[in-house]
Ligand binder design. Structure first.
Ligand code: TRP
Length: 333
């Protein structure tokens, strides 16, 4: 039984402490895949990618460490799955340069995810060159490790598609070096913000963090927006439009039916419903909080994890670059 494991390349930009939306949309999936014997995982901290929208680098290191602690708390096992920073593996930049010759600027301008970002951030006239090239760097991140599977949210699928196109173009031009990776979209619909906004986001501070204490979870839940038609206990509610109910479905599935019935009949008031939800989430996060507490108190261990992960990643990246140069006949004498 020596079937080769499929390699998974998963990554996030280091935005600091993670919220439940990150957990549900990505991290949970990473941990499950890690436990499957069919896969081998590489976990990338996309620190260069931060620069596409923010030139201030002063927080990148601290945000990377916070994020790694959340990954470890959620169950990523670094001895199985290397964790590393993109900026510490120089080969990413080298492959990015080569890949930037294999795709047209028109193709990149059609990318819906970059277009959407440009609209949200008001960048349509002023986007930096590196932002347009965001997916080309991402392609290098994935292909330098010959990643075959990329667990992503829906919004990242266009980037994976560009990665496939670049792999095909390289292989057709210089010979077969790269796999064509597949995007694997997570199962659970993403969590909406507790304030009712479609997106749970760090900057809006509208989600529960994996590091929140039970008191913080309760305080955030208390403020969560519910069905506006349900004003007091006794009023029937509509669980399907309520963000608290979405959290019950995910973190309190054994009581889902009962909560739905209570809400719809009006017997269950929003405050009770929220407090039950907060307490289940606190229970759910307790083991993660404990594990993250360990790493927060032992930052040297976190640094060693990065040093080791970066060594392992670099070895793979150098192997691939040697193949790339050979295929392209670069550096022959
Ligand atoms: N674009 C991804 C995000 O914003 C982060 C990322 C960079 C990534 N490189 C990657 C994800 C490679 C998967 C694989 O979340």
């Amino acid at each position: 039984m020596s079937q080769k494991k499929k390699r998974i390349l998963s990554g996030m930009r280091p935005t600091g402490r993670l919220h439940l939306g990150h957990y549900v949309g990505a991290l949970e999936n990473w941990v499950q895949l890690q436990e499957s014997a069919a896969y081998e995982n590489f976990h990338l901290i996309a620190d260069y990618h931060v620069l596409t929208t923010d030139l201030d680098t002063s927080e990148i290191y601290a945000s990377s460490i916070d994020m790694v602690i959340d990954w470890l708390g959620a169950g990523i096992r670094p001895e199985l799955s290397p964790i590393f920073r993109q900026s510490q593996i120089k080969e990413h930049a080298e492959l990015f340069l080569i890949f930037s010759m294999l795709i047209t600027k028109e193709r990149l301008e059609r990318n819906p995810t970059v277009k959407e970002q440009a609209r949200d951030l008001n960048l349509s006239e002023t986007m930096v060159f590196g932002h347009l090239g965001y997916p080309v760097l991402q392609a290098a991140d994935i292909l330098i490790y010959k990643g075959e599977v990329v667990p992503v949210g829906e919004d990242q699928l266009p980037h994976v598609e560009i990665t496939r196109e670049i792999a095909r173009k390289f292989n057709a031009t210089y010979g077969p070096v790269f796999p064509e990776p597949e995007g694997k979209v997570t199962q659970f619909a993403r969590l909406t913000g507790l304030d009712g906004q479609a997106k749970m986001s760090k900057s809006l501070d509208n989600g529960i963090l994996l590091s929140d204490s039970p008191q913080e979870i309760t305080a955030k839940m208390r403020k969560a927006v519910t069905d506006p038609q349900k004003i007091r206990r006794g009023d029937p509610g509509r669980p399907d439009i309520c963000v608290v109910f979405t959290h019950h479905r995910k973190f309190n599935s054994t009581e889902e039916t009962e909560i739905r019935a209570g809400c719809e009949s009006g017997q269950l008031g929003c405050v009770d419903c929220k407090m039950r939800c907060a307490s289940r989430i606190a229970d759910f996060l307790a083991p993660m909080r404990e594990k993250r507490g360990h790493y927060e108190a032992h930052l040297d261990e976190v640094k060693d994890i990065l040093i080791d992960g970066e060594k392992r990643a670099r070895r793979e990246a150098q192997k691939t670059m040697a193949e790339v140069r050979r295929a392209m006949k670069l550096g022959e004498i």
